[in-house]
Design a binder for this molecule. Structure first.
Ligand SMILES: [Zn+2]
Length: 293
């Protein structure tokens, strides 16, 4: 599933084709994805200009000249393909064959600049929704979401407060989108390794009893910001079970320090540990039992 850096990579890839550009025609080829499309979906987009393409957590937010926001989520397997004449690219990193199967092309945006933006989603866990801009913050999907980890509001004090008294593991806390938005399994493993904190540690241990941040919280915020910034710079990650696309490839998987490195030597300077894999809440956690305490 794409995480924040992958969605940000997609956003940047779509921007030149869509931002400031009008929807001339919208094809919707089935009634639903994860959920039904909004009523009159195509009509509410056609003739409108996409005034700005933003992101919140793992959601793409396209502001429309109508005052509505087109909210899009990639789900497990969603991807966009941008073509203009003979040129074609697929921002982000996806399974080559599936993304090319036109049977899974569910939505096609024809833009006034000649760009054709196709949403392909074999497993149909993605979705699109229209929300009035003025009501976006009240939308259930947005309202429950924690701070943007790369935003100014996110810091050690805020993270510590959110984890205060929490008996769950630090790993589970960081995966909770109400505590911090946009992180998934990969970047949580990577951030914890950089912060040299065990994924098994109780979440509450990054805060004092009064909720003040300790050194762990400071290191963790630093680790989260670093790994996300590095991953965005690298264009996200292409996962092992995803074949390469002919579009721009994410290279961050070559920089993984813990994720998917079971049995390999820890790269922390001076550490003699090897990366271990355990299962936490049904998902693989990769960490170094020597330097992550
Ligand atoms: Zn280590």
């Amino acid at each position: 599933m794409p995480e924040l850096p992958e969605v940000e990579t997609v956003r940047r890839g779509l921007q030149p084709a869509m931002e400031g550009v009008r929807f001339t025609k919208v094809e919707v080829r089935r009634p639903d994805l994860r959920w039904p499309f909004p009523e009159n979906f195509a009509k509410r987009l056609e003739g409108k200009t996409l005034t700005g393409l933003g992101r919140r957590g793992k959601y793409l937010l396209a502001d429309l000249s109508s005052g509505e926001v087109l909210l899009m989520h990639l789900g497990m397997s969603g991807s966009f393909r941008v073509s203009n004449g003979s040129a074609q690219k697929t921002p982000g990193n996806y399974h080559h064959e599936r993304s090319k199967l036109s049977a899974h092309d569910h939505v096609v945006f024809h833009m006034s600049n000649g760009s054709v933006v196709t949403f392909n989603d074999p497993r149909r866990f993605g979705f699109m929704k229209l929300v009035p801009r003025a009501k976006l913050d009240d939308d259930p999907l947005m309202r429950a979401m924690g701070p943007e980890p790369l935003g100014n509001a996110f810091d050690a004090a805020m993270l510590a407060q959110a984890c205060q008294g929490k008996k769950t593991s630090l790993k589970a806390a960081l995966l909770d989108q109400r505590i911090v938005a946009g992180l998934g399994n990969i970047y949580v493993c990577e951030a914890l390794h950089r912060a040299r904190l065990s994924p098994k540690r109780r979440a509450s241990t990054i805060a004092s009893r009064t909720g003040a941040p300790n050194d762990h919280a400071l290191r963790l915020v630093e680790g989260i910001r670093q790994v996300l910034n590095d991953a965005i710079k690298a264009g996200g990650s292409s996962l092992r079970d995803h074949r390469l696309t002919d579009g721009a490839l994410g290279m961050f998987q070559h920089n993984f320090r813990a994720y998917d490195r079971e049995g390999e030597k820890c790269v922390t300077p001076g550490c003699k540990g090897r990366i271990r894999r355990i299962v936490q809440t049904g998902r693989s956690t990769f960490f170094c039992p020597v330097c992550q305490k």
